[in-house]
Design a protein around this ligand. Structure first.
Ligand code: GRF
Length: 212
């Protein structure tokens, strides 16, 4: 399944997808990595792996509509069957969403619909929850509001900071995201333009953190 990964920064999820591809557990072919920032560790990693990379940057004062159009044409050139937002810190506009309806997924560091937005781990701490986690969902026009595909739970420990909690959430993200991509590639999860059809079996059951 030809897959484009959109990134903004570190790219640990991109690495996890590549590791799973190498291990034969994720049946995806990454045809390109697109970043909204010229300097991103994720880009360096992709280049080092020989993956085609593109930068579509958006700076203060730039025309956002134009950026959305450029992003869409750059991504479309790669002819993806699936687009994965892996730490891509922008809300997508209508052009990309309409070009690839239901074919864009995102990984978020909280159990949606709780704690959407940029500060999932800190918001979970502030909210006093004992369990948080990560979510892979279909992207729609909202901020982390699209249909949920799969989730993994992570306990909040007494002395957690946002950093320690996020690090443990990422351990789960790195298992969940490649697994969901694989399930989409094999047809175990069907993405519908309007909603997510029932996956075969219940993917969340086996994805709960073993720590619980
Ligand atoms: C992840 O925690 C993801 O959930 C969020 O941004 C972070 C990206 O991490 N959307 P990385 O760049 O993949 O290391």
């Amino acid at each position: 399944m030809n897959t484009v990964v959109l990134v903004s920064g570190r790219g640990s999820n991109l690495r996890a997808i590549c590791d799973a591809i190498d291990a034969g557990t994720c049946d995806a072919n990454i045809v390109g990595v697109v970043s909204d920032r010229a300097k991103a560790a994720a880009l360096e990693f992709a280049e080092g792996r020989g993956i085609s990379t593109k930068v579509v940057s958006l700076r203060k004062g730039d025309d956002r509509d134009l950026w959305n159009e450029t992003l869409t044409s750059q991504v479309a050139e790669l002819q993806p069957e699936l687009i994965v937002l892996a730490g891509f810190m922008r809300v997508l506009g209508p052009p990309l969403l309409e070009r690839f309806p239901g074919r864009i997924i995102n990984v978020h560091p909280a159990l949606l619909p709780s704690f959407p937005g940029h500060n999932g781990p800190q918001d979970a701490l502030d909210g006093g929850v004992r369990i948080t986690g990560c979510t892979v969902h279909v992207v729609d026009s909202g901020v982390d509001t699209g249909p949920i595909i799969a989730q993994a739970a992570v306990p909040v420990l007494p002395n957690d900071t946002a950093e320690t909690l996020h690090a443990r959430i990422q351990v789960q993200e790195h298992k969940l995201l490649p697994r969901v991509i694989h399930q989409i590639a094999t047809g175990a999860i069907e993405l519908d333009p309007l909603r997510v059809a029932s996956p075969l079996g219940d993917p969340t059951r086996s994805l709960m953190s073993p720590d619980l």
